[in-house]
Design a binder for this molecule. Structure first.
Ligand SMILES: [Zn+2]
Length: 609
């Protein structure tokens, strides 16, 4: 037992000192950034925060929730989620959310707060090479972009392309605003433009140039209108291209490259994000022509998934700005099944989803681009405002099935059930179940039962593991922990007293106390998040909970009375031990000592009352 406890302590001390050492090593820049950075400013780039008292709160980006349990303290410069228990300082937040390492987090925070970065050493030669390669590829895309724009503006071929664009209602302003360009038909014009500057390998890696079977290089995009695809901060990472004539495929995009992965990027996000945040919803369309049409109709908060399948990273990206979305995909079969898949994925990420299914224009099924051209922006806006919740859309889809037979009804219910189960709110689930039963005229008890069963349970419900939920620590312990973490004036003295009298030994909160006492006695400025980093999950959570409790300014008098309370408890514990030993009926000599000790403890306890 003693051995165990020693090895735990050694390990623990080692981690703590190692941690302090590493912190000193990574050094002053990280500290300086942290002092200047505002955690509220950084977090609000990812989470919509609302001021609540002296803290801010919002929906946790690390777990799915409907009511905010994610809290940020501008005073302490830390965050904590009461739901999932994630917590820490601005770096912990960025590391967790961006899935990056400490040096990268420091860099990101510095960038976000406009703090100039001294050249950080990259960790390995491989990594340095990759970073360089990515930077070069981004630069190459910038050059390709100006090449495409020049082709559209100043060549004969470009003139034909401009005519085509005008025909689609895209005037000069729109072309400039969305950076639309033209990839000429020559086959190697871009290649020749870039060849002098970049190696063959980089050219192929960029996806702008392909290699034929004979090993010869040629332009990937030929005789196509080009649309630059940027990440959310506006860096061009890829191109989406539409054939000018009847060339196949009609749409050809950049392949996956070291800088571009289509499931990570939403077209138009760089320009849409402010509008999305402001209006707290986004319109999701399929292609860039749709996004451009909607944006030009005066609705800036539109993004395109660029392809029919919306991917989870794209939803997470969107979720940094809003959790409300109107899906407006094409009305064809592919678009419909894409709509249904998107609904599923969005619901899993706790989005509020509405669906806009545009009515046909004449006898043509209408995508947003066509609809706005034919019917105008105002009519489109009206339909956006009236877009029904996704369940109405799904019921309408189910009603298109043959409901005259029992089999058809069964199919319709099976189509709807998975969605019902994804509705997070139980009352809403049961409301929708009733509504579905009415709309589909379900009188079969079996189907009704299946529906109410689905309404009663939710498959993907997030449950907090009970063993990880914070434990109840006694108020005195909580108060002392808070003082050790924050009372600059007497932390050292307090730690000394707690240490000398071994007052926290045997408490449930022992490890938290030990960490804080060691850190307080080290003489270094204490940062709660650094202490938290050496604690086990349960203790770490408890520490954060305590730090976020409402509390008054601590005083030394209060500290003393807390110490007294702990002494009292210690005496009670000892008394119980002594009593147990007495009851074991030891030899006389020992018994005498025990009885004396019992008397002494009882006197002490009586005096304390
Ligand atoms: Zn959480």
């Amino acid at each position: 037992m003693a051995g165990l406890s020693c090895s735990w302590q050694c390990h623990f001390l080692f981690s703590l000192f190692h941690f302090l050492f590493v912190m000193a090593e990574v050094g002053s820049f990280a500290d300086r950034v942290k002092q200047q950075a505002d955690i509220v400013r950084v977090v609000s780039e990812y989470v919509r925060l609302k001021k609540t008292g002296k803290d801010f709160s919002g929906l946790c980006p690390f777990h799915q929730e409907k009511t905010p349990s994610f809290t940020v303290s501008p005073i302490k410069q830390i965050f904590y989620c009461f739901g999932c228990g994630k917590g820490g300082d601005v770096y912990n937040f960025v590391m967790e959310l961006e899935k990056c390492e400490f040096p990268e987090a420091v860099k990101l925070v510095a960038e976000k707060c406009d703090i100039a970065i001294p050249r950080l050493k990259e960790r390995s030669p491989v990594e340095r090479k990759e970073n360089q390669q990515r930077a070069v590829l981004v630069e190459m895309h910038r050059e390709a972009q100006s090449f495409f724009v020049k082709q559209l503006e100043g060549t004969l071929e470009g003139k034909a392309a401009r005519a085509y664009l005008e025909d689609r209602g895209l005037d000069k302003d729109a072309i400039a605003r969305f950076g639309i360009g033209y990839a000429p038909s020559g086959g190697d014009l871009l290649l020749r433009h870039l060849k002098s500057k970049y190696s063959e390998k980089l050219l192929v890696d960029s996806g702008l140039v392909s290699r034929d079977q004979g090993g010869r290089l040629f332009d990937r995009f030929r005789r196509r209108i080009t649309f630059p695809i940027s990440n959310e901060s506006g860096k061009i990472l890829a191109f989406g291209c539409r054939a000018l004539g009847d060339d196949q495929p009609k749409y050809l995009n950049s392949p996956e490259t070291p800088i571009y992965s289509k499931s990570n990027v939403l077209y138009h996000m760089d320009r849409a994000k402010d509008g999305i945040r402001r209006q707290d919803f986004a319109i999701l369309v399929e292609g860039y022509m749709d996004a451009i049409a909607v944006a030009r109709a005066g609705i800036s908060n539109v993004v395109a998934s660029c392809g029919t399948s919306l991917a989870e990273p794209q939803i997470k990206l969107l979720g940094r700005f809003t959790h409300r979305v109107i899906v407006n995909y094409d009305p064809d079969a592919a678009g419909q099944s894409a709509t249904e898949r998107s609904i599923s994925l969005l619901l899993e990420q706790d989005f509020e989803v509405r669906v806009l299914a545009l009515p046909p224009v004449g006898d043509k099924k209408a995508d947003p681009d066509l609809f706005i051209r034919e019917r105008g922006a105002e009519e489109y806006l009206r339909l956006v405002k009236e877009a029904p919740p996704y369940v109405d859309y799904l019921i309408a889809r189910a009603r298109q099935m043959d409901l005259s037979t029992a089999e058809g009804k069964r199919q319709a219910v099976n189509f709807l059930l998975p969605y019902v189960q994804k509705i997070p709110n139980r009352i809403l689930r049961s409301e929708w179940a009733t509504r579905i039963a009415q709309q589909l005229r379900l009188d079969e008890p079996v189907l009704r039962a299946a529906l109410s069963k689905a309404a009663a349970e939710r498959r993907s419900e997030v449950k907090i593991q009970p063993e990880l939920a914070g434990r109840a620590a006694k108020p005195v312990e909580r108060r002392l922990i808070r003082m050790l973490a924050e009372a600059e004036g007497f932390r050292h003295e307090l730690a000394q007293q707690l240490q000398n009298a071994r007052l926290y030994h045997g408490l449930e909160t022992e490890k938290i106390f030990a960490a804080l006492v060691i850190a307080s006695l080290s003489g270094q400025p204490l940062q709660a998040t650094e202490v938290a980093a050496v604690l086990e999950e349960r203790d770490r959570r408890l520490l954060f909970e305590i730090l976020f409790e409402d509390a008054t300014e601590p005083t030394w008098e209060e500290a003393l009375s807390c110490i007294e309370a702990l002494q009292h408890r210690q005496a009670e514990r000892e008394l119980a031990d002594v009593q147990r030993s007495i009851e074991a009926n030891p030899p006389v000599a020992e018994m005498r000592g025990l009885l004396e000790k019992k008397q002494d403890l009882m006197r002490r306890l009586a005096a304390a009352r």
